[in-house]
Structure formats: structure tokens, C-alpha cells
Design a protein around this ligand. Structure first.
Ligand code: GLC
Length: 605
């Protein structure tokens, strides 16, 4: 009798073969190798994981539950190493976290690591953080504790110290064909005419000259991150095997780092090429065949019309989860302008997407905030892109008169006036130097808004206790030039000790968040299947929306200004979920940075 994997392979073989052979010029040998590799990876998948796969196939909505709460963290900053993380699982459980994204932890080279995003070996863990056995042990412990694990799969490039890169440097033509090597600058210069820069200040240019072998190599990110050539089927085959290797160590979600960049084509901007979608669909099929319980999170930090296609279609899905990046940066824009209209418009756009689309919602992550706002729309209000970015950056770096925010610029490109921004949520909300209670309310309101959105809310480690910026990276020779380290500081355990003491800022933040998270988990109206629509509360300082599911309607209101507001109550006769009080009034008071979650049962409406 055929096993379940063979049945799934049969089910998708036609599509897989079609896509593969079209992309790789009918290379049958490479395709056969690919299929054998899938069989090999399935043979290595342990029983506990296969069982979980089957369970998830029966419950495909496992990621859409209102009970899911994520956190992302750096292993070393949080607990030193992987064993440390395992010891700290009770803390994460106290935070209510059941989805944990561990930042890159595979082998990398100190001083040339880009925070772990330059992988020198996809099969081993960075020695200071532990071993592959430690990772698998942690994954087992998480599975028992009901925590899903997410790991980055850095697929666009390898470190220049990866074995393929070393062989390529030494002149091996097969290895060179895995990258983009050139004898001179002719072709690189042609690319430079159409390809924008990812790190214009910290790593200008898209190619790097290798003096030892007198070659030019493509490096869209840092010079030590060599772009892989996915036009070579062996690259796709081996990278897929690396992905499945990590899945077999017990990862539940794999984050496809920088996926829009993986197909290069001269004369284009080398972003979001149609072939990228062929590749991501094939990755999804590979996972479905070998490890159907594993989900793919696409890192597509782009404007909304570029993001949504990475979901694929309901019949031919690609990524299971995508970052809600425009909502994230529009949220910060709203805080600086106290004008919720653009955020309401953004919410309308997200609500209009097909129901199956699942977003990861967040306020902060390990990266900077890029101001990818809807400028054509803002221009109707006389707001221009360059001056507005400058305003936002001035506001969040505390340069604007009256601003309490304390961020730092990132990749300031004076040519384009295009700087991005770094900082922790708490520092950006003013907790470093402003009225602490006001800053705390602002921080909690933003988290409430994040928890109200459909999808998976993911906290940035440290935000649950208001971790501030870490300025010590200025002194570190490996880090000083990359301001993203501002919000990658060591986790302050001494402050976390205060989390149960509600006389402290940490306690108020931690307990306030816990209360919101528990309410979210207890009410299915927060699940990703709910209907959601924005409301016009009659006041541009306030964002209002409703969610509806299973006979319940939630009205959520967020005051993005520091001043109190009085509104007509859009949900009379409702119950305030935070206080438990009935809300019979025709009018509602919202304190500065206040929010309300008002619930109506069908019977009340
Ligand atoms: C992604 C990561 C970022 C990294 C880049 C290069 O965008 O989020 O931190 O610098 O990829 O790998």
C-alpha cells in the first residue's frame, strides 16, 4: 500500500512537473532528482511530526485561531543559547505565547552575519547558540508545551563562507553557476541601471569585486551575502532539501526571507518576477507532499498590491502567512499625525482581500520601519512623499518640537530623502523620557489595535515589559553601522522580574497586555474568519471598526491622539470587555490614547 506521502505526490505531481519543467527547460534529470529528494526527506521525517501533519491536515484552520499569540526573539539576547530558551519556556507560557519565531540561529560568520541572515551552513547551528540536537530538543519541548516554532529560511543568498561560495571563489565552475559571477563589470553595470538598492548607505551597490579571484559577484544585500542563482535547478533542489531538513528538525513555520528577490532578470528591478511565484508555489507543494503540517511565512516587505499575490490562489496556494507590513507602518504614521484616515483606508483594503489570506500582525520586528505608505492617496491632502517621510523621521527621532519619541534613522539616503527608522515600541511611544503613564497608555493602545486585527499577532520580545532602546551597539565594531541593533538589545531580565508588580511600568504593561490577550483568546469574534469592516466614528483622531463572528459583534475604538475624545457610541447596550461594565450611554468617552472593546451578543442588538 502506498504511504500518505506517495498519495500526496500523486495528487500534485502533474502540477509540480509542469511548473518545474517549464522553469528548468524540461530538465527531466533534475526533476527526477527533486522527486527522489522529496521521498528521502519524507523517509527521514519522524513519527511525531508525521502524526502532527495528519492532525493539521484535518484541521487546516489551526493558524487562524484567536488563541494564537506569537513572539519573536533573538536566542542570544533572550536566553544566551537554545538550552536557555528551553529553560525559559515557562516565562513564554506566562506571556501566553504559543507561536515562537526564533531569529536566525544557523551557522554564520562573526562580523559578516547581518544578524544571522548570512548563513554559512544550513545544517548546523551557530556554536555559541548550541547544536542541531539542542534545536530539535527545543522543538520537541515546544511541541509538548503546545508552542509552534518558526525559523527563518534565508534563501536568497548564502554567506560568502558557505561551502558553495568557497568553492566558487576557488574557481569551481559548478559552484560558480550557483551564484552570479562575472569576469568584468559589463553585465553588473547593466543590472545597476534598473535594480534599486536594498541598503543604500550600509551596503551601496548590488555587486562586489572579489580581488582574490578577480571576479564580480552579485550581492544585493551585504557584500558578504552572495545571491543564489535559482535559474540553476541544483540550487532550487538543494535549497528545498535544506528547507525540508529544518522542517524535519521540528519547525512548524518557515519564514521565507526576502522571497521577492530570488529571481534575477536583466533589464528588470529583480523584484517579484513571475518566476518567484513559480518557485514559491513549488516550495509549498514540496511541503505539502513531505510535511503538510508545516506552514510558510513569506517575508514580502512591499506595497499591498505586491504582497497579496504571494498568497497564491485558493486552488494553488503559495505562502500561508504574510507580514501585514503596510498596516504596521501606517499605524506609526497615524501615531505621528493623529489622523486615522489613511489607516482606515488601509484597513478597508485588508478587509477586501479574500478571507483565506492570513497576516502576521506586528508593531515592531527585528528590522527597521520603512515608510511604505500610500503616497498617491496622501497627495490628495497635499502631503508629499519626501517631506512627509522627513516629518515622520523627525517626529520619531525626537527632532520635531514637542516629540517624545526616541528612534534612530536607518539607511538614511540623502539623495532620495528616504531614511527608515529604528527603535523599540516603548522608546518610540515615549517611555524613555516622557510622561510615563501617557507613554504606557499609548503603548497599550497600539498593542490593543494589533490584537484587534485579523491574523496572528506577534509581539517583539521585550515589548511585553516595555524594553527601551539599547544604545550600546554604538560602541560595538561589528554593529555600530547598523542601527537595527538599537532594538536588538539584551532582554532585561531584572525588569521582567517586576512584571507581577502593578505599581511598576513593567507590571502595568505586562498585566495590561495579558488581560487583552486573554480576552482575545476567550472570544472567537477575534478569529481570522470573522467579518471585519471599518466605521467612521466622526472624529479623525479615532480609528473605529467592527468584527462579527458567531453571533457576536465587537466594536473597537482607538484614540490615536493624546487628548480625550467624546464620541457618539456606535454600540449602545454593549459590554466593555476590559472593564466588564455595561455601556448603555449614547455617548462614549475615550481618554488620550484610550481604546475600547465593546461586545454585543446577537440578543442585545
Ligand atoms: C530580510 C531580513 C533582514 C535581512 C535581509 C537580508 O529582509 O528581515 O533582517 O537583513 O533579509 O537577509
Amino acid at each position: 500500500m502506498k504511504n500518505q506521502m506517495e498519495a500526496r505526490l500523486q495528487e500534485c505531481c502533474d502540477e509540480l512537473k509542469w511548473l518545474y519543467c517549464e522553469l528548468y527547460h524540461n530538465d527531466q534529470d533534475a526533476f527526477e532528482y527533486f522527486v527522489e529528494m522529496l521521498r528521502r526527506c519524507y523517509a527521514q521525517r519522524k513519527t511525531a511530526l508525521r502524526r502532527q501533519d495528519e492532525a493539521r491536515l484535518k484541521n487546516p484552520g489551526w493558524l487562524r485561531s484567536n488563541k494564537l499569540l506569537g513572539m519573536m526573539l533573538y536566542v542570544d539576547a533572550f536566553a544566551g543559547n537554545l538550552q536557555g530558551v528551553e529553560e525559559k519556556l515557562p516565562y513564554l507560557q506566562e506571556c501566553g505565547v504559543n507561536y515562537l519565531h526564533l531569529m536566525p540561529l544557523l551557522k554564520t560568520v562573526k562580523g559578516k552575519s547581518d544578524g544571522g541572515y548570512a548563513v554559512a551552513d544550513f545544517r548546523s547551528v551557530q556554536p555559541e547558540l548550541g547544536t542541531m540536537e539542542d534545536l530539535e530538543h527545543l522543538a520537541d519541548a515546544c511541541r509538548k508545551a503546545g508552542i509552534s516554532l518558526c525559523l527563518d529560511f534565508v534563501m536568497n543568498h548564502t554567506s560568502d563562507e558557505h561551502e558553495w561560495a568557497r568553492a566558487a571563489r576557488a574557481g569551481d565552475p559548478m559552484a560558480r553557476s550557483r551564484y552570479f559571477f562575472y569576469d568584468n563589470w559589463d553585465v553588473p553595470n547593466l543590472y545597476e541601471q534598473t535594480v534599486p538598492q536594498v541598503f543604500p548607505t550600509t551596503a551601496p551597490g548590488n555587486f562586489t569585486w572579489l580581488d582574490d579571484c578577480r571576479q564580480v559577484v552579485m550581492t544585493f544585500f551585504y557584500p558578504y551575502q552572495w545571491d543564489l542563482n535559482y535559474a540553476n535547478p541544483m540550487v532550487f533542489n538543494d535549497m528545498t532539501e535544506n528547507l525540508l531538513f529544518l522542517a524535519n528538525r521540528g519547525m512548524d513555520v518557515l519564514r521565507l526571507d526576502a522571497i521577492p528577490y530570488i529571481w534575477k532578470e536583466l533589464g528588470t528591478d529583480c523584484r517579484n518576477r513571475p518566476q518567484v511565484h513559480t518557485l514559491s508555489r513549488m516550495l509549498k507543494l514540496a511541503c505539502y507532499i513531505v510535511c503538510p503540517g508545516v506552514a510558510l511565512l513569506g517575508e514580502v516587505v512591499m506595497e499591498p498590491e505586491k504582497v497579496a499575490p504571494y498568497f497564491g490562489t485558493p486552488e494553488k496556494p503559495e505562502c500561508d502567512i504574510l507580514y501585514n507590513v503596510t498596516t504596521m507602518c501606517t499605524t506609526w504614521h497615524t501615531l505621528a499625525t493623529r489622523d486615522t484616515r489613511l489607516l482606515r483606508r488601509q484597513l478597508e483594503q485588508v478587509c477586501a482581500l479574500p478571507k483565506g489570506c492570513l497576516f502576521q500582525n506586528y508593531l515592531r520586528c527585528h528590522d527597521d520601519i520603512g515608510w511604505g505608505l500610500d503616497y498617491p492617496w496622501l497627495s490628495h491632502f497635499g502631503i508629499g512623499e519626501t517631506p512627509h517621510k522627513k516629518y515622520l523621521n523627525d517626529w520619531f527621532t525626537g527632532q520635531w518640537p514637542g516629540s517624545w519619541s526616541r528612534g534612530e534613522l536607518y539607511n538614511d539616503d540623502p539623495r532620495l530623502g528616504d531614511a527608515r527608522l529604528c527603535g523599540t515600541t516603548a522608546s518610540l511611544c515615549g517611555l524613555e523620557n516622557w510622561d510615563q503613564l501617557q507613554a504606557l497608555r499609548c503603548d497599550l493602545m497600539l498593542h490593543a489595535w494589533m490584537l484587534t486585527q485579523s491574523g496572528i499577532p506577534v509581539l517583539y520580545s521585550g515589548d511585553e515589559i516595555g524594553q527601551l532602546n539599547d544604545y550600546s551597539y554604538h560602541e560595538d565594531p561589528d554593529k555600530w553601522s547598523d542601527s537595527r541593533y538599537l532594538h536588538r538589545g539584551k532582554f532585561p531580565w531584572e525588569l521582567a522580574e517586576l512584571r507581577r508588580d502593578t505599581d511598576t511600568i513593567q507590571g502595568q504593561l505586562f498585566q495590561g497586555l495579558r488581560q487583552m490577550e486573554q480576552i482575545r483568546a476567550a472570544h472567537p469574534v477575534f478569529c481570522a474568519d470573522a467579518l471585519v469592516w471599518p466605521l467612521d466614528p466622526g472624529d479623525n483622531g479615532v480609528l473605529a471598526l467592527q468584527r462579527r463572528y458567531g453571533g457576536q459583534t465587537l466594536t473597537a475604538l482607538f484614540n490615536f491622539s493624546e487628548h480625550p475624545r467624546t464620541l457618539t457610541n456606535p454600540a449602545p447596550g454593549s459590554r466593555d470587555l476590559m472593564t466588564g461594565a455595561e455601556v448603555p450611554d449614547r455617548t462614549l468617552e475615550l481618554q488620550g490614547y484610550g481604546f475600547r472593546w465593546l461586545l454585543q451578543e446577537d440578543a442585545d442588538v
